[in-house]
Design a protein around this ligand. Sequence first.
Ligand code: NDP
Length: 295
Amino acid sequence: MQLLDGVLVSAHIKEQIKQEVKDWQAGGGKQPHLAAILVGNNPASEAYVGSKVKHCEELGFGSTLLRFEKDITEAFLISEVERLNNDDTIDGILVQLPLPDHISGDSVINAISPGKDVDGFHPISLGKMLLGQPTFLPATPYGIMLMLEYYKINTTGMHCVIIGRSNIVGTPMTILMSRASNPGNATVTMCHSKTKNLKEITLTADIIIAAIGRPKYVTADMVKPGAIIIDVGINRIDDATKKSGSRLVGDVDFDSVAPLCSYITPVPKGVGLMTICGLMKNTLLAAKKAKELIG
Ligand code: NDP
């Protein structure tokens, strides 16, 4: 079994981005600038946004963090997004999800200018991705593709089983893994909570991509020996041995599955770090090519 090491791969990609930012600015380009919006004080969201802002500093990007109380109105939030759309100093806008229940995530995402949609969630970005046109790819699926590329894993002809059909992970992942390129060229099966006989399906998988949100859900008896395992899940479970009383685990039961498979991503230090790389690559692209991407 080989670990697909998010620390190693993200360090490599971040070095490339840093150099690209330097070269871009040396040639007269402006410093890429990411604006992040955080509504409320969900601890996980705070941590994700904090990490994104920290990465901006590390890579030579500018960043702006806008924090709002959880009781702001949808109209106000959309007006803030529009203000950022019209601000030429801002290249990328990300709205940390989930939003409070009274605010429609779709309406807020739809308000982001497609040229600044560095999370790749806007309908125009997703539509272009579907058609194979240049655009911002959703950050997590993009990060997974970068990971497979780094390890030169040839996925052509493989059976890829994706568990989860969210708009931000599972659904775009099916498109990217089935498109005519490598990584890609896979025969894809998408599973979700209404799938019957999930285990029978996963046992035929050469690659399993688990984006479910259920701790250790994929167990050894569901995995074909030699399969490749990509674990997107981030779940906090109680652990009395930890100072904090909890720890993060993925959607895959790492301890039982790892000995069986050919490659596996750990949680943490796997896909999460790659998601940041996807976001940062998109932000640099936005700074360089936003006009082409809008057209
Ligand atoms: P969602 O809750 O939006 O989607 C979960 C999907 O899993 C749904 O499609 C759901 O099916 C499916 N599902 C739930 N239970 C089962 C089951 N028993 N069998 C089969 N399918 C099931 O989650 P996200 O896609 O947003 O996130 C998934 C996980 O990935 C979470 O743990 C999240 O924290 C993590 N995540 C990690 C990221 C990273 O950077 N590493 C980035 C984004 C998310 P149905 O549609 O039928 O309800």
